[in-house]
Design a protein around this ligand. Structure first.
Ligand code: SF4
Ligand code: SF4
Length: 380
């Protein structure tokens, strides 16, 4: 049982976790109801980075921060479009001197605030300030156990930061480890995943793409580690880990899907232009202030030739919400089938049975699904 300050911190964490889940439920319900607003937008407050990972094409060493007033205006524009999750990325966003005010404004406008960082600038005091600003999620990506010429995002350097996050963060923390050709020792990804779990932080594993965001198949030793990392989460219900996209990416196989970037997912560069994603800068490259519903609908509908071998997982996940909205039974059946390919004895958790039952064809079950969504909205 936690005591004193620990008890107060545990209570605050619990309260914030409940608040996050309620707001996420509302997000899910809204995405189910309407295909016309962005689900996720990435914004770049500074392109400069304090590191220089050799596989990265999203940074420079010189850019100044975008003025805070301009960043707040961009958050307003995204909120006016109905954006539900705003993720601050970079470069290294913690180099922006007014990052906390940007986070506060995202929360004021009712969106979920997420931060992607290399973690180098985290201290206990900085984590407390992120708590106060209202950050919902932080993702830290760790590439190897010890620094090498490819990347300095290393467990050896960042382990103390992970301990501070585990101790002080009231927001949810995800540690992302990576596999793929630029990674010299695939076992590092397993060590990073195990360390994250030991600290009770969420762990994900990503697959590094080439400079165009395209897939490179995993070598057999990387693929084995990939499955070993996912194995302890087998009983968890998760879009990210059970869908066929991830399995195909790991095997180097193409995916058949419709990328809705430009509509459901937006990437706003440091110059305030809307792009499909960080890997397709230049398309459509329209200023955010003139981006409207026609642009959202046109770009969401457009077929992207880069889709079959795309590894940009957050765009995949927003597409899954739309697939679920359009054909829920098919998506649930696919998720169970994909899981059974890996484990023939797999028995779906009860929540999948309930969801499948809710979305069975027929007027009674359609009414039930509508009622369920209404309850979700009312609770938030
Ligand atoms: S820390 Fe992130 S933004 Fe900076 S160079 Fe590495 S991958 Fe790119
Ligand atoms: S398919 Fe979509 S998310 Fe993937 S690289 Fe192309 S535009 Fe970006």
């Amino acid at each position: 049982m936690p005591q004193g300050g620990n008890f107060a911190r545990a209570l605050r964490r619990r309260q914030r976790s409940i608040s996050r889940r309620l707001r996420e439920s509302r997000l899910f319900a809204r995405a189910m109801h309407s295909p016309h607003h962005p689900i996720v937008a990435h914004i770049v407050p500074i392109r400069r980075c304090n590191l220089a990972c050799t596989y990265c094409n999203e940074f420079d060493a010189v850019s100044a921060p975008v003025p805070a007033a301009e960043m707040l205006r961009r958050v307003d524009l995204l909120a006016n479009l109905g954006t539900t999750i705003i993720t601050i990325s970079g470069g290294e966003p913690m180099l922006h001197p007014e990052l906390d005010e940007i986070i506060r404004h995202i929360r004021r406008r009712g969106a979920i605030a997420t931060l992607i960082t290399n973690g180098y600038l985290l201290t206990p005091d900085r984590i407390h300030r992120l708590n106060k600003a209202g950050l919902d999620y932080l993702q830290i990506s760790i590439d190897n156990v010890t620094p090498d010429e490819t990347s300095k995002k290393s467990l050896k350097v960042l382990d103390r930061k992970l301990e501070w996050l585990a101790e002080h963060a009231e927001f949810a923390v995800t540690v992302n480890s990576v596999l793929g050709s630029p990674v010299r020792n695939p076992k590092d990804a397993l060590a990073i995943a195990q360390r994250a779990r030991a600290l009770k932080l969420t762990n994900t594993v990503g697959i590094l793409h080439d400079s165009n965001g395209q897939l490179r198949p995993l070598a057999p030793d990387h693929l084995a580690i990939y499955h070993e990392i996912l194995e302890p989460d087998q009983k968890m219900f998760s879009f990210a880990q059970y869908d066929r996209f991830q399995q195909n990416i790991a095997r180097g196989l193409p995916n058949r899907w419709h990328c809705r970037a430009g509509g459901r997912f937006l990437y706003i560069c440091e110059d305030g232009l809307v792009h499909y994603c960080s890997q397709q800068r230049g398309q459509p490259a329209i200023p955010l202030e003139s981006y409207g519903i026609e642009d959202l609908e046109r770009e969401a509908a457009r077929t992207k030739p880069c889709a079959p071998y795309c590894t940009v997982s957050c765009v995949h996940q927003t597409a899954m919400l739309d697939s679920f909205r359009e054909s829920p039974r098919q998506v649930l059946a696919d998720m169970i089938a994909a899981r059974r390919e890996r484990s023939p004895d797999y028995r779906p958790p009860a929540v999948l049975h309930v969801l499948t039952w809710m979305f069975l064809d027929g007027p009674a079950s359609r009414l039930l699904a509508k009622l369920a969504l209404r309850v979700l909205k009312a609770r938030c």
